[in-house]
Design a protein around this ligand. Structure first.
Ligand code: ZN
Ligand code: ZN
Length: 437
């Protein structure tokens, strides 16, 4: 076995166990690493290169200040006027959440709820959970549910899509500017500032710091079991890790995590079956998503319904090449590449292949991170439908294609989340042991 597969050797991050250090399992390849005190450097897995733990460069004071700033900006984003359209003296205004109304008006309730969830509910809930965690972990005796509160904060991260909506707004702005006079309202600027504040806030709060702080304050499910953690090396197959606080612990599936009390898992339950089912469902819906029109735009009797691909061609035809490339990449290329990538990973896992394990693991992370950007076109259609309501003069009506397309995006995101890249390493290890026996 060559070293490029990453199977030989089992490097350790920080040597032996140290006081206060907790074992952490790499989410990419399942390597058990011990991380010590927080440092100024990001810790990457020495085997697969996936980020294990981000550096903690800021105090919780900065994290709290940024969370408060982001909350104020989110509030401003939601109440201030977003864009106003002027067609032959008639005006139509909108707020950020009008994007949801644009779908609801035409009976496309599932997308209206999706837009509302990703644009308003998920960001607001995340900020609430973040503020609760930051305030609560400063108390002398923090309650143990703070572990779960912050875990939900992390789980909601991919579903809070303000930055994707911002790009969707840029796409729709260019299409609106072709049609009439557009005025960008203060809500749009507040949205841009909120996106920046939220990114900075995400950079200042490191999950491992939260878990450590709660542990240091005695907020523990089973202190005795945590103290008895055996020194390395463990057999990786004997280790389960906590889905909530990521503590790796030598114990069986379903045993309570000694730190936060959640059930430990060796691997994500039914990962392969769930990933296959969700990916196949997404692939099936990809056809109607591209066959039915995503919207019908008309101006003075001109224009008509068009599909995603026709929409891209139209943008390119108007000379807006960078925009056409963005929409093509997000709407056509990303879903196809995601599904193909997942299929390759699932098949390679089944065959126990050791080829390009590191590359596959990194591709998985990339696939899991990029999926949300496919919502760009859905958001753009919502904004257009909410603003362009001038009857026979000009109108945009969202189509069934948008509904199927939004379903494809959600299903591919869930499929990527369901898959467990550690299974690729397990399968290769098992194959390797078989060959040696
Ligand atoms: Zn790794
Ligand atoms: Zn835990």
């Amino acid at each position: 076995m060559t070293t490029t597969t990453g199977l030989s050797g089992d490097p350790d991050i920080a040597g032996g166990p140290s006081a206060g250090a907790a074992a952490l399992e790499c989410e990419g390849c399942g390597l058990i690493a011990r991380t010590g005190a927080p440092t100024n450097f990001d810790a990457h897995c020495p085997r697969c290169g996936v980020l294990l733990e981000r550096a903690d460069r800021h105090g919780s004071g900065a994290a709290l200040a940024l969370a408060v700033a982001a909350s104020i900006l989110l509030g401003a984003t939601l109440v201030l006027p977003f864009m106003t359209l002027d067609v032959l003296g008639q005006q139509q205004g909108s707020r950020v959440a009008s994007g949801a109304g644009g779908f609801a008006d035409y009976g496309l309730w599932p997308i209206a709820l999706l837009v509302l969830g990703t644009l308003v509910l998920a960001p607001a809930l995340r900020l609430g959970l973040r503020l609760v965690t930051l305030v609560g972990m400063g108390w002398d005796q923090p309650p143990r549910w703070l572990f779960a509160a912050f875990r939900w904060h992390e789980r909601l991260r991919p579903w809070a899509m303000a930055e994707v909506f911002l790009l969707g707004a840029a796409v729709s702005y260019n299409q609106l500017a072709n049609l009439a006079t557009v005025e960008v309202g203060p809500g749009a600027w507040a949205l841009a500032l909120y996106v920046a504040a939220q990114a900075a806030a995400d950079g200042t709060l490191v999950p491992q710091t939260v878990w450590r702080r709660l542990q240091d304050r005695g907020c523990l499910a089973d202190p005795a079991a945590l103290a008895q953690v055996a020194p390395r090396p463990w057999e990786e197959t004997q280790v389960a890790s906590c889905p909530v606080c990521r503590l790796a612990h030598p114990g069986g599936d379903g045993q309570p995590c000694p730190r936060c009390g959640a059930g430990l898992h060796h691997r994500k339950p039914a990962a392969t079956r769930r990933a296959w089912a969700l990916a196949l469902a997404a692939a099936a819906l990809y056809l109607p998503a591209n066959f039915f029109p995503v919207m019908a735009a008309s101006k003075l009797g001109q224009g008509g319904p068009h599909t995603i691909l026709a929409g891209v061609a139209e943008i390119a035809h108007a000379g807006l090449w960078p925009l056409a490339i963005i929409v093509f990449t997000a709407s056509i290329a990303v879903p196809v590449l995601k599904l193909a990538g997942l299929a390759v990973m699932l098949v390679a896992t089944r065959r126990g292949s050791a080829a390009a394990l590191v590359a596959r693991t990194r591709t998985y992370r990339f696939i899991a991170d990029i999926g949300r950007w496919s919502m760009v076109d859905v958001f753009a259609v919502g904004i257009l439908a909410a603003l362009v309501k001038f009857g026979a003069v000009a109108s945009v009506v969202p189509g069934l294609g948008a509904l199927f397309f939004a379903a494809v995006v959600v299903l591919t995101m869930l499929a990527a989340e369901a898959f467990d890249p550690r299974l690729m390493w397990d399968a290769a290890h098992a194959r390797d042991r078989e060959a040696q026996a």
